[in-house]
Design a protein around this ligand. Structure first.
Ligand SMILES: Nc1nc2c(ncn2[C@@H]2O[C@H](COP(=O)(O)OP(=O)(O)OP(=O)(O)O)[C@@H](O)[C@H]2O)c(=O)[nH]1
Ligand SMILES: [Mg+2]
Length: 250
């Protein structure tokens, strides 16, 4: 079972335009600082936050309990002009876990409700049997083929296209996909076999001629799983395995 936390800024839409639209650069700074702040606090508990759309972020939170979540909400509320609500869900696949987390929060009111503030809606927490599986997916040779030869925006467009193809295929397996910078993606993918991911990578090579590789990590927490995924990716880069998908477990 994987545990996921949805973090949503309370009543953010109305706040951004009250009393008049706030300066966009200030909103960008707020969003970036809030993301970094949450990442630091979840990381202290071996969790991992994905910025997603910034006003809604998803975190892998195996090992974190109610108290851990409440402390983070309180700390944000003490220091920011906004507050955050959270929903927590647990399931066999990341897609279902975030679905349950979202539904738990939605049942307490809308994102733009004035009455919903600092809600913590826990559907279920993962137990000791819980684990996290993460794939770190990377484009082969982007520096030579794109970064050093094409206009920056064109490269970014390609990366976005790859993200769209990966999301479309992974969601059918109950897996999620997040852009994490550069040519990198992370996929919380409990329930997806390495062969399943390899098939997706081969399909993308056929469909849009972009070569990918992926390290997969499996461990009790997001931090350890992501670290193992990074190490597995390095094994592929180092030529220690000829496979395009490599799994490392704790
Ligand atoms: N967030 C994150 N970004 C990374 C990581 N590794 C590399 N990057 C970024 O991705 C860019 C591309 O790096 P690489 O994937 O190593 O370069 P490449 O040319 O594709 O080489 P190969 O992947 O080894 O074929 C780097 O310039 C960084 O911006 C990582 O582990 N995490
Ligand atoms: Mg690469």
């Amino acid at each position: 079972m994987i545990q996921m936390t949805l973090i949503q800024i309370d009543n953010y839409g109305p706040w951004t335009v009250t009393p008049t639209p706030r300066r966009e650069s200030d909103l960008q700074i707020l969003q970036a600082e809030l993301y970094a702040d949450l990442q630091r606090q979840f990381a202290a508990k071996q969790g991992l936050v994905f910025f997603m759309r910034f006003d809604n972020m998803l975190a892998i939170s195996n090992g974190m309990d109610m108290e851990d979540h409440l402390r983070i909400q309180e700390s944000i509320g003490n220091r920011y002009p906004i507050t955050v609500s959270m929903g927590v869900g647990t399931a066999q696949t990341p897609y279902d876990a975030q679905r349950k987390a979202t539904r738990a929060l939605q049942s307490h009111g809308g994102a733009q409700s004035e009455d919903r503030k600092e809600v913590l809606a826990i559907d279920a927490l993962a137990d000791d049997e819980g684990f996290v599986q993460i794939a770190h997916i990377d484009i082969n040779g982007i520096t030579e083929t794109l970064t050093d030869t094409m206009p920056a925006y064109d490269t970014s467009f390609v990366v976005n296209r790859v993200q769209h193809f990966l999301m479309k295929k992974l969601i059918k397996k109950g897996s999620l996909l997040f852009f994490i910078g550069g040519d990198n993606f992370m996929s919380p993918c409990n329930g997806l076999a390495p062969e399943g991911l390899l098939k997706i990578i081969n399909e993308i090579k056929d469909e849009i001629n972009i070569a990918l590789k992926a390290g997969i990590g499996k461990a009790p927490t997001a931090e350890k799983a992501a670290n193992l995924a990074d190490l597995a990716l390095e094994e592929i880069r180092g030529g220690f395995t000829y496979d395009l998908v490599h799994l490392m477990k704790e």
